[in-house]
Design a protein around this ligand. Structure first.
Ligand SMILES: Nc1nc2c(c(=O)[nH]1)N(C=O)[C@@H](CNc1ccc(C(=O)N[C@@H](CCC(=O)O)C(=O)O)cc1)CN2
Ligand SMILES: Nc1nc2c(ncn2[C@@H]2O[C@H](COP(=O)(O)OP(=O)(O)OP(=O)(O)O)[C@@H](O)[C@H]2O)c(=O)[nH]1
Ligand SMILES: [Mg+2]
Length: 427
């Protein structure tokens, strides 16, 4: 197997740039730069001098022995001065070595998975951890990375295997005069796992929202002040505003971190009947996105009927409150009412986020649903009595298999490309 290397830090200027080398020959990279390998788990300051390219940098070199690194392979890290030219020179020298090549996106993590240092749910969580932009996302990803979903899956699997062994013991001793009645124990085990899986399935959509961010659409008639409000929320001129009705056409997105809650505000085209073909397309986009958003903020103008349905939890706010004097509503112009609007959005979404489960990816949800439906079949057969225990067992084995797919113990190849395609190079 090749020894792989990559820049592990963001390309470009920085304080420090880290080049990571992993594989059986990783320690050879020290010799490549003119010094003996640094002892494992030690850092040493070294001059990197290449036989052809000369003196490249003075760097901190950190090494890990096989079986005691992130990937599980021997690893060498070069902590370089964060210069584009230095990183480039070091990478060029490494690529000239036989058996060395640039790592693919996520390939270090893939080796960590192959070497059993992480399971598939941890790999997915690690990708989420790198993508995390808010506290809520960080905590969610870290809980997956710490193995909470893997541990839950292992508990479910153990319970199902226990139930399976009870059923199979009964099948094997079916001829005996007084077979032990295992039905209560089996339904207790299966019932417990079913409840857990049901909770995960119902908590999926919220967990998925936490992972990718909630969408809040600003909706209302033209000229209501939607774009002005978005700009006020964003603190920058994200959208064009004007006194001409029908200014906004495309959906404008602004990502925000509301005390850890990941929220994308959407500014949308003003809703009205129009002859203008382009404006009508914009309105269609507005209606589609606003209807699918997690929450809508309706800017109330003069009582128009909206083409977007109001849903549970949606907010209705009086716009341009600086022009009225009753002190309620919101003004994008003066900022009046914006803190209240933000805290209302936070309240509604935070409340929903408490229902988030451990399952946050489609792939995970799909296998959990599959396990759950095999479990339902197993329960039905088990309830019919011992002569159906062999059919119940078969369903249980299928449920166990689905849980093994959840953690990536089986059938992993077909999902890996998708999982790792979202990783960056160097991870
Ligand atoms: N410089 C650097 N920082 C990093 C990483 C890295 O690879 N390099 N990481 C990765 O991206 C994360 C840390 N992950 C790591 C996971 C395991 C081991 C490791 O050597 N494990 C050994 C020894 C454990 C110990 O000393 O207690 C082991 O598990 O046997 C190192 C880093 C975050 N920070
Ligand atoms: N006084 C006052 N004027 C506002 C306020 N918000 C927006 N305006 C003005 O109202 C006009 C329309 O504002 P926009 O933010 O572009 O309105 P919009 O809802 O995005 O309009 P469309 O994109 O056409 O649907 C502009 O002239 C703004 O300056 C506000 O809170 N107070
Ligand atoms: Mg607008």
């Amino acid at each position: 197997m090749d020894t792989i290397f990559a820049l592990a830090t963001v390309p470009g200027k920085s304080g420090v740039a880290v080049v990571r080398v992993s594989g059986a020959q990783a320690f050879e990279s020290c010799r490549l730069f003119g010094f003996e390998p640094v002892p494992p788990r030690r850092t040493a300051l070294r001059r990197l001098v290449h036989k052809d390219h000369g003196f490249l940098d003075e760097a901190l070199v950190l090494t890990f022995a096989e079986g005691a690194s992130f990937t599980g392979e021997p690893v060498v890290e070069f902590h370089l001065h964060g210069s584009i030219a230095i990183a480039q020179a070091v990478l060029t020298c490494l690529s000239d070595v036989d058996g060395f090549r640039t790592a693919e996106p996520g390939e270090f993590t893939r080796r960590a998975l192959d070497n059993g240092r992480l399971d598939l749910t941890q790999v997915e969580a690690l990708s989420d951890l790198i993508d995390a932009e808010t506290e809520m996302q960080r905590k969610q990803a870290l809980s997956g990375f710490s193995g909470r979903l893997r541990d839950a899956a292992e508990t479910w699997r153990t319970d199902l295997i226990h139930a399976l062994s009870l059923l199979e013991a009964t099948i094997d001793f079916a001829d005996e005069e007084v077979p032990v009645d295992v039905s209560l124990d089996v339904s207790a085990l299966l019932g417990r796992v079913s409840n857990d899986l049901d909770r995960e399935i119902s908590g999926f959509s919220i967990a998925e929202r936490v992972r990718t961010g909630f969408e809040v659409a600003i909706v209302g008639p033209p000229n209501a002040g939607k774009s002005t409000l978005l700009n006020a929320l964003a603190g920058r001129e994200a959208a064009i505003t004007s006194e001409i009705a029908g200014t906004t056409r495309d959906v404008i997105e602004v990502r925000m971190d509301l005390d850890g809650l990941p929220v994308t505000f959407l500014d949308t085209a003003g809703l009205r009947d129009t002859e203008d073909v382009i404006e009508a397309k914009g309105i269609q986009r507005a209606v589609d996105r606003a209807s699918r958003a997690d929450l809508r903020v309706f800017l109330a103008g003069s009582g128009e009927v909206s083409q977007v349905q109001k849903q549970d939890g949606d907010l209705v706010v009086q716009a341009k409150s600086d022009l009225t004097d009753d002190g309620t509503g919101v003004s994008g112009k003066t900022g009046q009412g914006i803190p209240e609007l933000i805290s209302n959005v936070k309240r509604v979404l935070q409340d929903r986020a408490t229902g988030a489960g451990l399952v946050s990816h489609d792939r995970q949800k799909d296998v959990v649903i599959r396990a759950r439906s095999h479990l339902a079949e197993a329960l039905t057969f088990a309830d019919k009595g011992p002569e159906f225990y062999d059919l119940a067992s078969e369903e249980l084995r299928a449920a166990v298999f689905a849980l093994e797919r959840l953690v990536g113990r089986v059938d992993v190849e077909d999902v890996l490309d998708k999982v790792f395609s979202s990783f960056c190079i160097g991870k």
